[in-house]
Ligand binder design. Sequence first.
Ligand code: GLV
Ligand code: GLV
Length: 326
Amino acid sequence: MPKPKVLVTRKFFDEAIDLIKTVADVEIYPSEEDPIPREVLLDKVQDIDGLLPMLTDRVDQTLLDRGKRLKVVSNYAVGYNNIDVNEATKHGVMVTNTPDVLTDTTADCAFMLLMAISRRLVEVDKFVREGKWVKAWGPKMLLGSDITGKTLGIIGLGRIGKAVVPRAKGFNMKILYHNRNPDPEAEKLGVEYRSMDEILAESDYISLHVPLNDNTKHLIGKPELKKMKKTAYLINTSRGPVVDENALTKALKENRIAGAGLDVLYEEPTNPKNPLLKLDNVIVAPHIGSATIETRLAMAMKAATNLTAALKGEQPPDLLNPEVLW
Ligand code: GLV
Ligand code: GLV
């Protein structure tokens, strides 16, 4: 029997490719930064058995219709809003993601943004580099906001939201959370449930950890921003469209909230002319939540493990649509 064929849509980790090669022939789209063009992907999907896409690659009905041989889509991300999982199930295609290995790294990123925006790290670094530090040190120079003892509101107490908790505890923060349903582990974790309105009104920092779907798109829009304290900060390491970016830009511009730390934007990459980028009270990162050497390799091994399991006819460890096997 010929070996199954796999397409990896970006230059990838050798260790992971070696693992996939134990069961399949692998083609790697040879690009470091640019996503595989849609037409190329739609063409290549016609004769592959396994696809390992990036979060920039859309896996929808059109693609699945073409992929007549496709058995598995192993997403290189924990979030899978780029994949129409229901449609994949209808096509009999397994979908997997990379949970757990990036949980701490992403929680670190959220806390990094929280600290950086509240102490104005980017702004102060620029201040020194641009030669603006010409006057003596002063009692009111570049003041930020305390973190210790403040109230953190975690919206979406999933794996990553929960990993933010011990970080915030290290700063003696009071920790609130909002989920659709209260979490049975909350008491043990030392976090208190609040309604959406309450968490927005009480928190000094709001950190978003929900997946992007129809229920969470624009979860934070104008009405929600209005309910936040004027001194509060918004941290987003989830997905850009969870926040109404126009409303956020306006709120930041008018100082209706204190600031925002964003690892994700509405459009990625964002237009360099995005008015958000003109503001000092925002720190923006290019979707680097899981971007450490250790974690990106661990994610690659996980994606490769899921892919090879599926191609061997086994149930992949991180199967998102087990009903496909029923
Ligand atoms: C990155 O955003 C991921 O979902 O892994
Ligand atoms: C992602 O892993 C989450 O559940 O927050």
